[in-house]
Design a protein around this ligand. Structure first.
Ligand code: PMP
Length: 431
């Protein structure tokens, strides 16, 4: 097929190889082209309706095309989408972040979560005059050269060895060292071994879906203080989702630098680095103090369209008690899924905080870190996701399930009906 006869999926594949945007790909038989979304649903060009548990890889906390968000975008678009000049929505979004996120005094915008972690790492290096950054095995901090080492899961005993992507020069990863998530002893050993040059410890407070073990984040805080490194919380996923103040508020641990993305853009491309004013000033050209500054720029940084969308989403989430609705939905589908698994004698666990989750099969031990996560039957998780997708539940196979405040009990019912059949397939294939 070619030209006008080709299906949208085939047209996509011809010019966007793989017909996918990221590192994940959905099976060809269930490939679809989104036509529009509303609430918890995506409608495809083939006129199929999917219940969406991917939510744009997380940002859409109030669902698709929420009237408040679309109105804010339309009103701002009519006034101008972009100025490369200070503007009211950007100021208001920065104010909201400063009010919400503990200890944060100032914000610099960028275009996505990867840029936020990139600039946070650069800023930490600039502020400390050091170069080494410690991250955790299996963490995802975005696509850039300093973020990728050990994603999606280099065994911990390989330590800081290279990146998992071709095309990254060895030099870029030389100063990235890798410790074990939820393994404070390994973090202490690693940080102390690099103490004179450790610029930052960067952590996803909830790594993928793994909640932090009691004391782990606090231990990192103490380790950062002990070594003079800065603690970066990558709150691209957890920011505004775990609580209004993100993981810092939820777990009562303060970070020096916070990387934000996803929800802060309301479904448009926005990221942010947030910190004390003193730290953020390293990114300000010509400000008093240090003679040398750290560079940050970006054509679309702080554009009013993204800020208007982010503001609308975050305000709606708060005012409509969206997080409570999300947690209630997660509780409903989790309980149902556990019951189904039990009735079928399938060993299954749900891993995650109260607002999103991963489904883990045949865990050989409690799933608390990368090693125990990988020792579960990952193929079964991927198969489960694929079978759910096949039954109208949009999740990227193997990825975590995101929930919005627009999800309803009817969605939970559809989820559980699909899960009932998907679990049967998983049980028959993965015994
Ligand atoms: N950090 C975390 C924890 C993430 O989950 C992601 C994206 N999934 C990123 C950073 C990168 O964000 P983006 O895809 O917006 O660049």
């Amino acid at each position: 097929m070619n030209g006008a006869d080709a299906s949208p999926v085939d047209r996509a594949d011809r010019v966007i190889p793989g017909a996918c945007f990221g590192y994940t790909r959905i099976p060809d038989e269930d490939a679809f082209v989104a036509s529009h979304g509303r609430g918890s649903r995506i409608f495809t060009t083939a006129e199929t309706e999917l219940v969406d548990y991917t939510l744009g890889s997380g940002p859409l906390l109030v669902g698709h095309a929420h009237p408040r968000v679309t109105r804010a975008i339309a009103e701002q678009a009519a006034k101008g989408t972009h100025f490369y000049a200070m503007n009211e929505p950007a100021i208001s979004l920065a104010e909201l972040i400063v009010e919400s996120v503990p200890r944060v005094e100032a914000v610099k915008f960028c275009a996505d979560g990867s840029q936020a972690t990139f600039f946070a790492m650069r800023l930490a290096r600039a502020a400390t005059g050091r170069e080494t950054v410690m991250k955790f095995a299996g963490a995802y901090h975005g696509h850039h050269d300093y973020a990728l080492p050990s994603f999606p899961g280099v065994p911990e005993d390989r330590g800081a060895v290279g990146a998992d992507s071709l095309g990254i020069p060895a030099g870029a990863t030389e100063k990235i060292v890798v410790a074990g998530f939820n393994d404070l002893v390994s973090a202490q050993d690693m940080a102390r071994a690099h103490r004179g040059d450790l610029a930052a410890i960067i952590v996803e407070p909830v790594q993928r879906s793994l909640p932090p073990a009691p004391g782990f984040l606090q231990g990192l805080r103490e380790l950062a203080d002990e070594t003079g490194a800065l603690l970066i919380f990558d709150e691209v996923v957890t920011g505004f989702r775990l609580s209004r103040g993100g993981a810092q508020e939820r777990y009562g641990v303060h970070a020096d630098l916070v990387a934000l993305g996803k929800a802060v853009g309301g479904g448009t491309a926005v990221g942010a680095v947030a910190a004390s004013r003193e730290l953020i000033e390293y990114l300000v050209p010509g400000s008093p103090g240090a003679s040398q500054r750290s560079f940050m720029s970006g054509t679309l940084n702080g554009n009013p369209l993204g800020a208007a969308a982010g503001l609308a989403l975050l305000r709606e989430l708060d005012e409509a008690r969206g997080r409570e609705a999300i947690a209630a939905h997660v509780a409903e589908v989790s309980a149902g899924l556990r019951d189904l698994a039990q009735s079928k004698s399938i060993a299954l666990d749900l891993v995650g905080p109260d607002v999103f989750f991963d489904v883990v099969f045949a865990p050989r031990e409690p799933v608390v870190d990368l090693a125990s996560y990988l020792s579960s039957d990952r193929a079964a998780s991927t198969r489960f996701g694929a079978e759910m997708l096949h039954r109208g539940i949009y999740v990227v196979p193997g990825a975590k399930f995101y929930v919005s405040s627009a999800h309803t009990s009817a969605d939970a019912e559809r989820f559980l009906a699909a899960a009932d059949a998907a679990l049967d397939v998983v049980a028959s294939v993965h015994d």
